[in-house]
Unconditional design. Structure first.
Length: 318
């Protein structure tokens, strides 16, 4: 027996498949490129192993996330959550959300449609001088090694339960946004060549020496100088959820530091590939860059939204 309750902007699904599985799957039914698609399995089995995938109409996997243990006051468990980053270059259209749930009773597969809506992005040409052209086109072993190490870090997921998370604070108090998430960039080299690129974060112009604060509680997992990004700090906030800070003048933290929201990371600078002093602030979810600006006003994990739809479902006797 399968019962489906449709609520504006959200859908709640309840499945009973004999004695194999009985749980609820909760997710938004539509999203925009740059969003985090949040999926919750409510009242699952304690030994569930869950993998969420978002597939396009050709069956290609565009995003995936493991089901993480999710604890929240007001809902019975066991509960699991998946945070799926939606890339800025994700084409609008119809997609398929697939949940594969394995436990000692067997395997259950649930599939539901998700609509990815159209979002407009800015375009910009960025002329580079000789030094910046050389820096960006550098193919040294050191630069490649730095890229590999960062990618390996972003693929790591710590253990532990996930709890509701609120909004970010801006990492810099006084700034001017000079580039936005998802900007379609065209770098103009001094030799006449060009290179296209997607901007993966926000550029926050501020005076050199301006303080940079942790926008959310997190643990420092990288603090070093890099060729392209200059003074660099990476924070892990949740398993698979990282924020990145580039072009810093001074780094005041070290790997392993546990920071509370608002604590000092360092200062704004003009190190690495830059045309002026600014902070590049980036948010990655299971390796995919998402729009950090959205989460200055929207909770990263919305407790009230989850509770509301579960309560509505209980009231209707589902």
């Amino acid at each position: 027996m399968r019962k489906i309750l449709i609520i504006p902007c959200l859908f709640f699904l309840y499945f009973t498949l004999g004695t194999l599985h009985a749980q609820s799957l909760l997710s938004t039914s539509q999203a925009f490129p740059g969003d985090i698609l949040t999926v919750v399995v409510n009242e699952g089995d304690v030994d569930d192993e869950i993998l969420f995938m978002l597939k396009d109409e050709k069956g290609n996997v565009c995003s995936n996330a493991p089901g993480l243990t999710f604890e929240m006051e007001g809902i019975s468990g066991p509960n699991f959550i998946g945070l799926m980053g939606l890339s800025s270059d994700l084409d609008p259209g119809n997609y398929l959300l697939r949940a594969e749930i394995r436990n000692s009773k067997g395997l259950a597969v649930y599939e539901r449609p998700v609509l990815i809506r159209t979002r407009d992005f800015k375009s910009e040409d960025i002329p580079l001088n000789y030094d910046m052209t050389t820096l960006r086109t550098d193919d040294s072993a050191e630069k490649r090694d730095q890229s590999r190490r960062l990618w390996a870090l972003l693929n790591r997921r710590s253990d532990g339960a996930v709890h509701p998370v609120g909004v970010f604070l801006p990492p810099v108090k006084e700034f001017i946004l000079t580039s936005w998430y998802g900007d379609r960039r065209n770098y103009l080299y001094t030799d006449g060549n060009t290179a296209a690129s997607l901007h993966t974060g926000l550029d926050m112009a501020a005076a050199t020496g301006s303080e940079i604060m942790a926008p959310l509680d997190g643990t420092v997992v990288m603090a070093e100088e890099r060729i392209l990004t200059g003074g660099t700090v990476v924070l892990e906030h949740l398993p698979g959820v990282y924020s990145l800070y580039y072009h810093m003048d001074r780094i005041d933290v070290k790997i392993g530091d546990s920071l509370s929201q608002g604590e000092l990371l360092g200062t704004v600078g003009a190190t690495g590939l830059v045309t002026g002093p600014h902070l590049h602030w980036e948010l990655r979810v299971n390796t995919i860059p998402v729009n950090p600006e959205r989460y200055l006003s929207h909770p990263l994990i919305d407790k009230d939204g989850i509770l509301t739809i579960i309560d509505d479902t209980k009231e209707k006797g589902r």
